[in-house]
Ligand binder design. Structure first.
Ligand SMILES: NC(=O)c1ccc[n+]([C@@H]2O[C@H](COP(=O)([O-])OP(=O)(O)OC[C@H]3O[C@@H](n4cnc5c(N)ncnc54)[C@H](OP(=O)(O)O)[C@@H]3O)[C@@H](O)[C@H]2O)c1
Length: 291
């Protein structure tokens, strides 16, 4: 295979950093370009070409950042301060990549991104996916389900209080570890796929609140019960615990989406892309409770 240049944006982030490390570990002839708003933050990444990539730059500067790149992974940003800002960033990146001659774009979207998603921040992903489709470029949309790490952050409290409080009712979530998302993204970026596809990136199974409580009970040796509450009470609880209200609303929207079944589809995409099965949630929880 001819030598290619593979770019990962957001390479100083948690997901981007792991994608880059995995690409380097694969070896081979591909040139790995690690892109970040601040190249100084890439000092810990060996075997890569660092490059400044900031979606807030003007289009000519951003186009230069994509020059000479064959395939690029656009990692969705964390700019949630203003509705629609992320979509503007991503659309600018797609236009710049196309103008620079990138052949295949990959993008980290969200599970079941759709106009009628219960998750307001999914709209940035919907607009970005639409722009990718309209670009005519080859592309791979990686619709990451909720990170298992999002749940792991809450299990300490659930175990100590004996209550796993959710607002998802009987809804299930196909949690996926960030590491599995990185593995799938690295494999897709390094592949030769040049068509257009949308993949749901999930854990191996969707789990309900009752099932998670049972796992926590078994793993911790302490009884944990699932306590489903109305969404208003859920938001109030998070705010009382110190979370700013806008963030509490984002987390609550995940609960509503789960209750509606929007996060409950488990796919085999992680294994199909990377050759290794996705990590069961139980394994991720066991690691968190041990550590
Ligand atoms: N599925 C889920 O449960 C879940 C949870 C949290 C977040 N996410 C999404 O997944 C993304 C990656 O997750 P993560 O865990 O790696 O988050 P993270 O560590 O917070 O990373 C945020 C990323 O946004 C990039 N970024 C911010 N502003 C940018 C700009 N102007 N131009 C280019 N890149 C910019 C950062 O890149 P540099 O700093 O290197 O420029 C960094 O890679 C997040 O940004 C968010 O969109 C998904």
């Amino acid at each position: 295979m001819a030598k290619r240049s593979l770019l990962v944006t957001g390479a100083s982030g948690q997901l981007g950093g792991e994608v880059v490390r995995r690409l380097v570990a694969r070896g081979g002839d591909d040139v790995i370009i690690a892109g970040s708003r601040e190249v100084g933050k890439l000092a810990g990444l060996d075997g890569v070409t660092p490059r400044r990539v900031d979606f807030d730059d003007d289009e000519a500067t951003l186009q230069a950042a994509f020059e000479g790149v064959d395939r690029a992974l656009i990692i969705s940003t964390d700019a949630l301060d203003r509705p629609g800002r992320r979509a503007e960033q991503h659309l600018r990146a797609i236009r710049a990549a196309k103008a620079a001659g990138v052949k295949h774009l990959l993008y980290t979207s969200l599970a079941k991104a759709a106009d009628d998603s219960a998750i307001p921040i999914a709209q940035d992903h919907v607009l970005t996916e639409r722009a990718l489709a309209a670009s005519g470029l080859g592309h791979t949309v990686l619709r990451n389900n909720l990170y298992a790490e999002v749940l792991v952050g809450a299990v300490g409290h659930a175990v100590s209080s004996g209550q796993l409080i959710t607002a998802r009712g009987e809804g299930a979530i196909a949690y996926v570890t960030r590491s599995d998302c990185a593995r799938a993204a690295a494999a897709a970026l390094a592949s030769s796929f040049d068509g257009q596809r949308v993949l749901e990136i999930t854990g191996p199974e969707a789990v309900t609140g009752d099932q998670i409580a049972a796992m926590l009970t078994e793993l911790s040796g302490r009884p944990v019960a699932h306590l489903p509450v109305p969404v208003e009470a859920y938001v109030q609880g998070l705010v009382q615990a110190g979370l700013p209200e806008p963030y509490a609303q984002v987390y609550a929207s995940f609960e509503v989406a789960a209750a509606r079944g929007e996060l409950g589809e488990a796919s085999g995409a992680v294994e199909a892309l990377s050759g290794e099965a996705a990590t069961p949630l139980r394994v991720a929880l066991a690691g968190a409770l041990k550590g």
